[in-house]
Design a binder for this molecule. Sequence first.
Ligand SMILES: [Zn+2]
Length: 414
Amino acid sequence: MLLQKYSFGTGDRFGQQGAAQLQAVSKAKEAGVDIAIVWNKSHREHLLVKTNQSDVRREADEAVKNAGWSGSYYVDADHINLSNVDGFLPYSDFFTIDVADFIGEKAAAADLSSFVTKFSSFIGNLDIAGIDESLHINEDKLGAIAEKYLFAVQKAAEIYRYIASQKGEHNFITEVSMDETADPQTPDELFFILAALADYNVPVQTIAPKFTGRFNKGVDYQGDVEQFNGEFNDDICVISHAVSTFNLPQNLKLSVHSGSDKFSIYPGIRRALERHNCGIHVKTAGTTWLEELIGLAESGGDELALVKSIYQKALERSAELSGPYSTVIDIDTQKLPTTEQFSTWDSGQVARSIRHDQSCPDYNPNIRQLLHIGFKIAAELGDTYITAVRNSETEIAKHVCENLFERHIRPLFL
Ligand SMILES: [Zn+2]
């Protein structure tokens, strides 16, 4: 199974927006760009929303069948490891093997020294087409990279082989993710991570490094855009060099996690894709559910009241909700309206405060982030929430499609 040049991961917390998400990718096709759609959901998300892996497969298959979509689509077991992959095996054909937790754990001494010996031919100046300055590799650096990453690669290989033994090695796409960690990987680290993945026969088609800067959930990139652009360009060049040097899949490409809403880096990403004629996988951050809230708010009446009650509970429980997300959200609580203030707002104002339109004075990234992590509240509402979403289906679908197509696909690909 070979992943297409462009692919887009669309999370869907409550599993109601598959058709609207597919419509965005269909519009891209009509406009001349082929994008494979990937429905991704993590184990944690399944637990919180109380969904099952089979639900995502059903949603994807139904959306594709109803739309008569002839393009590619996949179901991604997102951020899996050996302890939770089993439930995904029958339903997924894309596996994001997350080994970030193993970064820094040391592999066995014999494995470390054989890795360093094997790749010692790269010691010296390593020239990579497209990167102005040579990478300087010495034995200490190679040893340090091995100590930091080899064990994580061995774990990725172990998980990959387990999935392959269950599904057959050609029947799924392999992504390796290292994004949920504190330090970004440098280009020379990425080069040797790829060397190690090739050495351990992991046919990785997408790799999700930790990029420089903050990729907060549902809001724009926070960091030095020029630095990001430079590193993104270097990473692409490193991948291309690694593919031609080691035995790695030709279509290997970068995967940008929490890639939705990062509007300020899209122009740089787009230029890099054009310059190098390479592909990308963009994984969104579960923000489709915010479009559901916008649609509900605009519906007014009971639906608007429901959004307000979700905000109230999210505000009351913000410490609990933000706990697991501390590295991927930045909420300035001083800039959050009180429940009383929020409750006086009309449909339009509530919707505008959530919608990611930075030119709108009512847009509030703090509200947006708080509600983003507030999906747990909606999940607790169960059928009450799902019924409301279904009642506002048309309005919501319009926002879901428009958000993906106009704010994401168009600036990146069209
Ligand atoms: Zn990730």
